[in-house]
Write a protein that binds this ligand. Structure first.
Ligand code: CP3
Length: 345
C-alpha cells in the first residue's frame, strides 16, 4: 500500500528529505491553551475521560505547530484503572494507585476483556480525532508497556528506581508474572480497540525499561512487547507499531527485529550517530533531541537539532524528543526546533 502521510511513509522505511516531526507530551502544560482546557475540565483525569475536551487538547499542538502526527490525549495509567485499580493524581507529585503486591490484590483485578466500558470515552476521542485532524496528520494511539505499567501498579506511584516492582519480581514471582501477563493481554485488547476506532499507528511506552538488565530485559521488556506486537499484527497487519524501551542502552540493538516493531523510539542517552550505526540499519527510528532544549533554546537547540537530522538523514527517521516535553518549556523553542528541522532538507 503506497502511503502519502509523511509519518506513515517513514514508518514503511522510506527516507524523506525532511523527517516528519511530532513531540512526546506535545499536548501539555507548557501550552497556555492546554492549561485553560484542563482548568475547564477540572483535573487531569476528568480531561482524559471527557472526549470533547480530550479531542480539543490533542488538536491544540497541531493547530499551533502543524506537527505531522497527533497523539491521542490519554495516559498509560488509564488501563490499570480500567482493570480495577484506584487512580488519582496529586498535584505537583504525580500519580497514585492502589497497590498490587500479593495474590489477594491480584485476584481483585478485572479480566482483560472487562476494560472496554471504562475506556469507551478514550475510543470516542479517537473517533472524534479521525473526523477533525488535517489530512496529512497521522493519528497515534498508545499504551504503556507491561513492565512500566506494572511498576506503577505495584508501587502505587512513580519510583525513581522501580524498587517495589523489582522486589516483587524476586520475592513474589507468581504474582508478578500473573500481573505482567494480565497487563500484556489487556494491552492487546486496548490497542486493538484504539486501532478499530481509527488510530493509524500505535506506540508502546516502556519508560522504565532501562532498569531491567540481561535476562530480565528479555523476559519483561522484550518478550511482552513482542507478544503484543505479534497479536496486533495478526489482527491489524497494516498498522505500524512504535516501541519505546527508554534507556535500554545496548539493549536497543536488535530490538526492532526481535519484537517486530516497525520503529524504535530512542531517548537522548545515546548519540544520533550511535543510533544510525546500530539501530537504523534495521529500519525506522524516532528521536532523540534532549527535551531540555525546549527550555533553554538558542544556538544549542539549533546545533543539536541539526546534528540529529544530519546523522539520521540517510535512513528512515521521525524527528522527536528523547522524552516528553516538560511544563517549563517555552512554546517558542518548539517552533525554533520545527523551523530548524524543516530548513535543513
Ligand atoms: O504525549 C502526549 O501528549 C499524549 C498523552 C500522554 C500523557 N501521558 C499525558 C499526560 C502520554 C503518551 C503519556 C504517557 C505516560 N504517562 C507515561 C509514559 C511516557 C513517559 O513520559 O515516560 C507515563 C510514565 C505516564 C504516567 C504519568 N502521567 C505520570 C508519571 C504523570 C505525572 C508526571 C507529570 O508529568 O506531571 C502523568 C500525568 C500526565 N500525563 C500529564 C499529561 C499531559 C500531566 C498532567 C497535568 O496536566 O497535570
Amino acid at each position: 500500500m503506497k502511503q502519502s502521510k509523511p509519518i506513515l511513509r517513514a514508518l514503511s522505511g522510506e527516507i524523506l528529505s525532511t523527517p516528519p516531526i511530532w513531540m512526546m507530551r506535545q499536548a501539555g502544560r507548557y501550552l497556555p491553551e492546554y492549561r485553560a482546557t484542563r482548568a475547564e475540565a477540572g483535573d487531569f483525569l476528568s480531561l482524559c475521560y471527557n472526549s470533547d475536551l480530550a479531542t480539543e487538547v490533542t488538536l491544540q499542538p497541531i493547530r499551533r505547530y502543524g506537527f505531522d502526527a497527533s497523539i491521542l490525549f490519554a495516559d498509560i495509567l488509564l488501563l490499570p484503572q480500567a482493570l480495577g485499580a484506584d487512580l488519582w493524581f496529586v498535584t505537583g507529585e504525580g500519580p497514585r494507585l492502589s497497590t498490587v503486591t500479593n495474590a489477594a490484590d491480584f485476584a481483585k483485578l478485572k479480566g482483560k476483556d472487562d476494560i472496554h466500558e471504562h475506556l469507551a470515552p478514550i475510543y470516542q476521542t479517537v473517533r472524534n480525532l479521525v473526523q477533525s485532524l488535517p489530512e496529512q496528520t497521522t493519528l497515534i494511539g498508545f499504551a504503556g508497556a507491561p513492565w512500566t505499567v506494572a511498576t506503577y501498579m505495584i508501587a502505587g506511584k512513580g519510583t525513581p528506581d522501580q524498587a517495589p516492582a523489582h522486589l516483587l519480581k524476586s520475592t513474589g514471582l507468581p504474582v508478578f508474572d500473573a500481573l505482567i501477563d494480565l497487563i500484556t493481554e489487556a494491552t492487546i485488547e486496548y490497542l486493538s480497540q484504539q486501532i478499530l476506532a481509527g488510530a493509524e499507528v500505535v506506540k508502546l511506552f516502556d519508560s522504565w525499561a532501562g532498569s531491567l538488565h540481561n535476562e530480565d530485559f528479555k523476559k519483561y521488556a522484550l518478550a511482552p512487547t513482542k507478544r503484543i506486537i505479534t497479536a496486533l499484527k495478526k489482527r491489524h497487519p497494516h498498522t505500524p507499531i512504535i516501541a519505546f524501551p527508554r534507556e535500554a542502552g545496548d539493549n536497543y540493538i536488535g530490538f526492532a527485529k526481535a519484537t517486530g516493531a516497525d520503529c524504535v523510539a530512542v531517548d537522548n542517552s545515546v548519540s544520533a550517530n550511535w543510533i544510525a550505526q546500530h539501530m537504523q540499519v534495521d529500519g525506522c527510528v524516532q528521536g532523540n533531541l534532549a527535551s531540555r532544549h525546549m527550555v533553554t533554546g538558542g544556538q544549542n537547540l539549533i546545533d543539536d537539532t541539526t546534528a540529529i537530522v544530519k546523522a539520521l538523514g540517510k535512513g528512515p527517521h521521525i524527528f522527536n524528543l528523547g522524552h516528553g516535553i516538560t511544563p517549563d518549556a517555552d512554546p517558542e523553542n518548539v517552533q525554533l526546533m520545527i523551523d530548524t528541522v524543516r530548513s535543513i532538507a
